[in-house]
Each structure stands twice: as structure tokens, then as C-alpha cells.
Design a protein around this ligand. Structure first.
Ligand code: UN1
Length: 509
């Protein structure tokens, strides 16, 4: 696929995208934008936003409807591109693209709502109202693990609410970004209202600062690491802006002794190793009650050992890492394994190669960037692996004595994105829900796989409290405006011209 950015680029640099499952397959190229080109894009988007905000919201909703239908029509082509460029298995890619469609379906109707309120006044002949106004220009920066769904969580509601978007996708998935952008444009989104720029981190950060300084950015949406999120949050704060930050997780799954263990095994397999563990919602640590620990760990190790890994277009649990960079990061985490840990789940650890083979590998590991699934048990709360977010096919396992301890261990590292408990006891469910610091709680379900219309987001090191998806994300992309209208034809002073109704405070029966 040809990649033409809507910008005129004056530098020579390009990002070349290769399929991580087949490194000889060049998926496409993207010209690298410089910081000044990104700022120029922000400037053009701001002009386009002024016109777009005047389009009635229901009409904007109809454009989102067009986009949703086009994505649906192109679902298989886009999903194949996701699998080819990013490496998740095709069934998951279909799910990811469905999440884009679901997001459009939800927000097309929001165009006919975007409700404000009528509020009673404390004075007669006076009316109070609230309105949602678009924030203006939104700068969206996203990661490579969900190259279509997560960007759509920002782009769709931002556009629906009357904003412009400049989107900086991952440099590992520029071709999916181009395809998605073209679907928005074909659906009726003006070219300058949504501009996609591919750039490296340094250029992006320079542009962020320049854009904030020039008043060209009114909201930042960022999904990525806690480290980068912290820098983005600090920079936006300097300019009295707030960013919507979706950061890392170290998502716990607690298995109680009364749980349906077969179900918990299935959930832990998908949560830990689906998408090769490269979801922000992937299982971090599996906490097993001491009474079931040994048996569960043995069964878990066995199903992970037997799981199929390999070509993401085949029937496998997971495919390649997104890129060499993601593999290197995973190897760093493997280096944190200590002597008191026990490793299971595969015939080796690290990269799968002919010399370090994985039993039953589907395809040829030499073609791509594949990693062994790794289970590290014997986790203690002072281990580096306890408080480090990992991002690969690596699950840590620890034991607990009672639910209070499980909750303490689940919160102790300071991340708070997703969490799960497996139990048949309602009291454990409610105690866990109340005690866990995570923004999302699954009961008898995987830590990953949130539906597209519930609030998505985390606390602590996982995010600054912003939430995406559903009606809740509208608070990111609109600002409340309150209005009062006095039609009494006299100056009525709030808090001073108060109406008092006579009453008898001494009354007793
Ligand atoms: C992410 O990894 O950034 O809940 C998002 C899930 C997906 C989204 C993950 N619906 O696992």
C-alpha cells in the first residue's frame, strides 16, 4: 500500500514497516514528519475545527455513522492489515476492528444527545443551563499494540464533539494508521480536520511543546508507557492543559479456592498470552490461594506448554512481538528472573529460534520476531518483577493466604488499570471490588477484553483518572459551559436576593 501523508514533507526520512511475522514482507513506508510539520498540521487542523464546530452535532453524528459503515465494509481488509503489520492473531484483529465499529455505533447516536441540563434558579424569572462545548484541537498519540481500536476511542468522540484531531500513531503501524485515516476521510471527515503524522518520539515531543505554546493544542490523548505519560502530563500541566493518559498496568488476577478452576485457567491463558501479552490490560501477576497454588500452577504450566505459538494467520494462541524493540523490552524483563523463581511454560525462554525452539511452533520462527511464553512463579513483593510492568508473553505467579493479603499484593506496586477475581463467593467479589485500586474489575473473566462502551482507564501509575469510552469520554473532549438567563427585567443578585419562606422552627408535636 502506498503511504501519502497529506503533508508536504521536506525531509528525506521514512519509516519502513515490515511484518513482524514475516520480516521479508514490507508492509509499507511512511514519511517521517518533523516537529515543524506537525505544528503546521496542528495549525491547519485548528482552522478546520472552527468550521466543523458549526456543523450541527446530529450531522456530525451522521458522518461518524458513515465511517462506522465503511469500517464494517472493510473489516476483513483492515483486520488483515492489523495482523500483517502488528502481528496479533487474525481473530483478535477482527475483534479490534469490531471495537472501532462499536465505537462509531455508540457515538453516532451521541450526535443527537450531547445533552446539557436545565437547572432551576434560586430566583424567579431566571433560567439556568449547561452546554457541552468542544475543547478545540486535540493531539492524539497512540501505541502500536492496538493500532486501530485505541486511536478510534480518541478520534471518534473527539470529532463527534466538534474537535479537530492531529494523530501521531506508532511508527510501527503507519500503514494501519493510513488505512484508518482514509476510512474517516471517505466517510466525510474533512482532510484537514483529521491529519495523521508519523514521527519519532523526539520530534513529537518538540511539536507538543511548540503546539501548546502556540495555543494549537487544547487536549492531548496519550496511550503508552507510564514514563512517557508522566512527561506528557507534566508538559501539558505547564500550559494549564490536562492530558487524557492511558498508561501501563500490572494487572492482577486473584484465584480464590472456591473458584471454577477450569474457567480461571482459560481466563489466565488468554489474559496472559493473548496478543503475546502486549495489551495494557494483559495479565501481570496471577495470585493463587495457597491451597490451590501448586495444582493450579502445574495445570497452567501444562496448558501454556501445549499452546500453539506462531503464524498469526493460523490457529495459534499468539503470534510475534510487535517489533524488535518490544522483544528487547521483554528480554530486559526476563533478566529480572532470580534464583528463587521457578520458570515454566515452554522449552526455552526469550526469542524462539532454531537453536532455542518452541515445541509445536506453527511456521518458521526465523521468519519473524517470536518469543517463548514464560511463567515465573515464586514471586515476592520485593522482587523487581513484582513492581515492573512487563509487556510480553510473561506472567508472574505468587501465592496468598487470604483475600486481604491478595488485595494488598494486587495494589502494592502502584499500578491500577485492570484486575480480575475468580470466585463463586459474592462476599469475595464485593470485598475485592471495594479494595482494589484498579479502574476496571473483572469477575470470573479475563483482565483484558473491556467492552467499548464502559469507562476505560486507570489510577495511580496507570493514569491520571481520565476515562475513555462511553459517555464518560465526553468529559475529555468537551468543556462545560454554564449559562444563566434572567428575564425579570431587574438586577436580581444571587446569594443576596434570596427567597425565604416563613416557617416555625420551634414547632413540636
Ligand atoms: C490497550 O491495550 O491499550 O480491554 C487497550 C482490552 C481491549 C483494549 C486494550 N479492549 O483488552
Amino acid at each position: 500500500m502506498e503511504f501519502n501523508l497529506p503533508l508536504v514533507l521536506d525531509n528525506e526520512m521514512t519509516f519502513t514497516s515490515y511484518s513482524p511475522s514475516n520480516l521479508t514482507d514490507k508492509v509499507g513506508e511512511a514519511a517521517a514528519a518533523t516537529s515543524s510539520e506537525i505544528v503546521e498540521a496542528l495549525r491547519r487542523a485548528k482552522v478546520a475545527q472552527e468550521r466543523w464546530a458549526k456543523v450541527p452535532a446530529p450531522a456530525r453524528g451522521r458522518v461518524i455513522a458513515n465511517v462506522g459503515r465503511l469500517v464494517e465494509k472493510n473489516k476483513e481488509a483492515l483486520s488483515k492489515l492489523v495482523t500483517r503489520e502488528m502481528g496479533k492473531v487474525y481473530r483478535e484483529a477482527l475483534g479490534e476492528v469490531q471495537e472501532v465499529i462499536d465505537t462509531c455505533d455508540f457515538f453516532l447516536g451521541e450526535g443527537r444527545r450531547l445533552y446539557g441540563q436545565t437547572v432551576p434558579s434560586e430566583m424567579p424569572k431566571k433560567n439556568l443551563f449547561t452546554f457541552r462545548n468542544p475543547v478545540g484541537s486535540v493531539f492524539v498519540i497512540t501505541a502500536g499494540n492496538f493500532p486501530a481500536a485505541v486511536p478510534s476511542w480518541y478520534i471518534v468522540p473527539a470529532l463527534l464533539a466538534g474537535n479537530s484531531v492531529v494523530w501521531k500513531p506508532s511508527e510501527f503501524t503507519p500503514v494501519v494508521a493510513k488505512a484508518l485515516t482514509s476510512l474517516f476521510h471517505a466517510g466525510g471527515i474533512p482532510e484537514d480536520l483529521l491529519i495523521t503524522v508519523v514521527a519519532d518520539g523526539a520530534e513529537t515531543f518538540t511539536a507538543l511543546e511548540a503546539g501548546l505554546k502556540a495555543g494549537l493544542i487544547n487536549k492531548v490523548g496519550f496511550t503508552g508507557s507510564t514514563e512517557v505519560g508522566r512527561r506528557i502530563g507534566a508538559k501539558t500541566g505547564e500550559y494549564v492543559q490536562s492530558a487524557c493518559l492511558e498508561l501501563g498496568g500490572k494487572n492482577p488476577m486473584v484465584v480464590m479456592p472456591d473458584a471454577n478452576l477450569d474457567l480461571a485457567l482459560e481466563g489466565a491463558l488468554f489474559a496472559g498470552f493473548g496478543t503475546a501479552g502486549q495489551r495494557c490490560t494483559s495479565l501481570g501477576t496471577l495470585w493463587l490461594h495457597q491451597s490451590i497454588h501448586d495444582e493450579f500452577l502445574a495445570r497452567y504450566s501444562k496448558i501454556v506448554e501445549e499452546a500453539k505459538v506462531g503464524d498469526p494467520f493460523q490457529d495459534v494462541l499468539y503470534g510475534p512481538m510487535i517489533s524488535e524493540k518490544y522483544l528487547e523490552n521483554h528480554l530486559k524483563h526476563l533478566a529480572m528472573i532470580k534464583n528463587h523463581h521457578k520458570v515454566s511454560g515452554s522449552s526455552g525462554i526469550g526469542r524462539i529460534t532454531a537453536a532455542n525452539p518452541r515445541a509445536g511452533f506453527v511456521g518458521d520462527p526465523a521468519h519473524g520476531i517470536y518469543a517463548h511464553p514464560t511463567i515465573v512463579s515464586g514471586l515476592k513483593s520485593d522482587d523487581e518483577l513484582y513492581y515492573t510492568e512487563t509487556f510480553g508473553p510473561l506472567v508472574t505467579v505468587g501465592a496468598f493466604q487470604d483475600l486481604d493479603q491478595a488485595i494488598e499484593l494486587s495494589n502494592g506496586h502502584g499500578y491500577g488499570l485492570s484486575s480480575a477475581i475468580y470466585t463463586t463467593n459474592p462476599e469475595s467479589v464485593w470485598r475485592f471490588r471495594e479494595g482494589i485500586s484498579a479502574g476496571m474489575v473483572s469477575v470470573n473473566n479475563s483482565t483484558s477484553g473491556a467492552e467499548a462502551h464502559l469507562p476505560f482507564g486507570g489510577n495511580g501509575k496507570s493514569g491520571n483518572g481520565s476515562r475513555q469510552s462511553g459517555i464518560w469520554v465526553l468529559d475529555q473532549f468537551t468543556r462545560w459551559q454554564s449559562m444563566n438567563w434572567d428575564w425579570s427585567n431587574k438586577l436580581q443578585k444571587a446569594q443576596m436576593d434570596v427567597i425565604e419562606i416563613d416557617h416555625n422552627p420551634d414547632f413540636t408535636l
